[in-house]
Ligand binder design. Structure first.
Ligand code: ASP
Ligand code: MG
Length: 369
């Protein structure tokens, strides 16, 4: 069985976290590719650097120094600074050049932004690769530049993969090695760096799983799986044991931020199972996404739509255990102004004032989960 792992940025906050990730990788079986996001908040910081570059080179340079310091703090803690230094310094050079390009061009564009974005994933993956290569034995670790495989069109900042081209390059991933690579980034046919859209690392992991026909993709997060709704709003909420690809797509389409929406398509095409679980609880079952459907309530999602808050209850078949008429009455009793927004076999959604969001989510949860 071949596996692909993806670690999100929220799990890469400290040297401690990187150690947990390295341990998970090193004790895995049949692992072929590890896809990494940038370290926690780095993509946002790169956006700030790009925005600063439009105003003043000095401001941008100061932010670049801070970003580098943050990464050196990690490498110092992991005792690999000497080995990674060359990589980090050349990424810094590249970032400074891009920042100068922003000034020279008199502003930012999506192509320059993608070049700037790519620094985050390239830095985190270089750090993880050298850490594994130096301190862990028993597996053959190999650094892979994702751009050598993930060929995309040139729609910068929301590029689409060119699956034919990607398939042609699949032999770059050889058996018996564990490749450490970057999520989010790709390259167009002219060789320019592109990105798949914010939060796109999940999609990279799905694309590479597809390319090598992996059996399983594990997306490692800082939560135990996919919750039925925001546990900060309703604490009694459960983790979903399983979902079908379609159900997972429905969740993301209706506003759940748990996975990048396009992730499921390549997985479904090759029946690759997707597991979402926590780096901090590796033996937990997590949520399994495959052909198997979940019965009953899937979850409650929220999203803004032209200033209104849309709250959706999703279920395999919503009306078996949910009475929407009495729910609407309940909202009325709580003095919530609500309008029915969608009403179908598997979705019941209301449109409300944004400030009523938490109240309505809890009422939904109490009555349906
Ligand atoms: N680092 C990128 C972002 O934060 C991609 C990702 O993490 O999925 O949007
Ligand atoms: Mg992310």
């Amino acid at each position: 069985m071949t596996q692909v792992y993806k670690f999100g940025g929220s799990t890469i906050r400290s040297a401690e976290a990187l150690r947990s990730i390295a341990n998970i990788i090193n004790s895995s079986q049949d692992l072929s590719v590890v896809v990494l996001s940038a370290t926690h908040n780095t993509t946002n910081e790169l956006e700030e650097i790009a925005a600063a570059a439009v105003r003043s080179i000095d401001d941008a340079q100061e932010l670049i120094e801070n970003l580098l310091d943050k990464h050196y703090k990690l490498t110092d803690d992991l005792e690999i600074t000497e080995i990674v230094k060359n990589d980090l310094e050349s990424l810094k050079e590249e970032l400074l050049n891009s920042v100068n390009d922003v000034q020279r061009m008199g502003g930012l564009n999506a192509q320059l932004m993608d070049a700037i974005y790519s620094i985050g994933e390239r830095a985190s993956s270089a750090i993880l690769f050298h850490f594994l290569d130096q301190k862990f034995h028993g597996k053959q670790y190999q650094f892979l530049d994702a751009r050598d495989i993930v060929v995309t069109n040139n729609k910068f900042s929301s590029a689409s993969p060119l699956f034919y081209e990607i398939n042609e390059r699949r032999s770059l991933i050889e058996k018996d090695k564990v490749y450490i690579t970057q999520g989010f980034i790709g390259k167009d046919l002219a060789g320019n760096t592109t990105t798949l859209g914010r939060e796109g690392s999940d999609y990279t992991a799905a694309i590479l799983s597809w390319a090598i026909s992996a059996e399983k993709l594990v997306v490692w997060k800082d939560v135990d799986g996919i919750f039925q709704c925001d546990p900060k709003v309703y604490s009694d909420v459960k983790i979903l044991e399983k979902l079908s690809y379609e159900q997972a797509e429905l969740l993301t389409e209706k506003g759940a931020k748990v996975l990048f929406p396009r992730t499921m398509a390549p997985l479904r095409e090759r029946s690759i199972e997707l597991i979402v679980k926590s780096t901090f609880n590796p033996t937990g079952a997590g949520t399994k996404i495959s052909l198997e459907e979940s019965d009953g309530a899937i979850g409650i999602t929220t999203r803004l739509d032209e200033g209104a808050m849309i709250i959706s209850l999703l279920s395999k078949e919503i009306f078996k255990n949910f009475n929407h008429q009495s729910f609407l009455k309940l909202l009325e009793q709580h003095e919530v102004q609500a309008q029915v927004f969608e009403h179908s076999q598997s979705v019941f959604a209301v449109s409300i004032q944004p400030e009523d969001k938490n109240r309505v989510v809890s009422l939904f949860a109490k009555n349906s989960l």
